[in-house]
Write a protein that binds this ligand. Structure first.
Ligand code: ZN
Ligand code: ZN
Length: 294
């Protein structure tokens, strides 16, 4: 059985409920990767709340989940105090750091529940919440090989890859790839120039059936947003093309983007693929959409 991937929150920075964002959604980062009924959760933005409710409605769902946090900015952890399974004794949430002894995310999840911010203390959660780590070279978790990759973002962030039976999903959000381009200046002068993405990143992503990647800004917006921690969506297209990715979900939409603006950004990406005759399929990650990868 292949991967199922469902988008529970696709927005970056802050939730954006409202009429103008109802197509792509207003909840912040949360993506569910599922295989053989095992659940691998990427980030706990506000989308995590609805994922929790959905899990409780499923029949025969597992009582243990693997949770991966790209980093601890609000838009990636804020849903955690509203994740219902965390309150139920029968559930076990395993929160993965990158290396042994890395309990940073676990500590921040509990820190955001201190009484100044939230009425329920972390210690009152009835579910079992434990820290674990992936480790260098990746780790097999219930038949899925999970690995991580360090990204360029204020305070750092991590991408995660999931591989099973030759099928591969990469979740790579909050990553300003544009700052890492060896030909950055040339690209700034001429946006049509191919972007030289660092080889180690291309290798990490290589051959993905689905790449879910931060593509927050259009080319025009990035001119004034350099250093803010997010890339041009079109740079992610070049990464996907160089890494032979099949499908690219542009993710972490800017909170200022209406649905129309997201669509214009995706069209800009599609033009770039068409110009080089690539076979890459691109779409804007949309809350509530589920994909099955065979
Ligand atoms: Zn973010
Ligand atoms: Zn961030």
């Amino acid at each position: 059985m292949g991967f199922y991937v469902k988008f529970w929150g696709t927005r970056g920075s802050i939730p954006t409920p409202g009429y103008s964002t109802q197509k792509y959604g207003g909840n912040t980062s949360c993506v569910e990767v599922r295989v053989d009924d095992q659940i691998y959760i990427c980030d706990g933005g506000t989308g995590l709340r609805e994922l929790g409710e959905d899990i409780l409605r499923r029949q025969n769902h597992p009582k243990s989940f693997h949770m991966f946090f790209s980093h601890s900015h609000w838009d990636h952890i804020q849903g955690f105090p509203f994740f219902s399974p965390a309150y139920i004794p029968a559930y076990k949430l395993v929160v993965y750091g990158t290396d042994e002894g890395d309990s940073r995310i676990h500590d921040l999840l509990s820190g955001q529940m201190s009484s100044d911010y939230f009425p329920v203390d972390f210690s009152e959660l009835q579910g079992q919440i434990v820290s674990d780590f992936i480790g260098k070279g990746g780790r097999e978790l219930e038949g899925v090989k999970v690995d991580y990759f360090g990204q360029k973002h204020p305070g750092d962030s991590w991408a995660f890859s999931f591989v099973k039976d030759g099928s591969k999903v990469v979740y790579a959000t909050d990553s300003e790839i544009d700052l890492l381009l060896p030909n950055k200046d040339k690209v700034n002068d001429n946006l049509d120039a191919p972007r030289q993405v660092p080889a180690d990143l291309v290798e990490f992503v290589r051959g993905a059936d689905l790449l879910v990647a931060d593509g927050q800004y259009s080319d025009e917006e990035y001119r004034t947003k350099e250093g803010w921690g997010h890339p041009r969506a079109t740079t992610v297209v070049d990464l996907a093309l160089q890494a032979n990715v099949s499908q690219l979900a542009i993710f972490h939409h800017d909170p200022m983007h209406t649905d129309d603006m997201v669509e214009k950004k995706i069209a800009q990406c599609q033009e770039r693929v068409d110009r080089v005759g690539g076979k890459l399929r691109i779409f804007g990650a949309r809350e509530g959409v589920e994909l099955r990868l065979d």
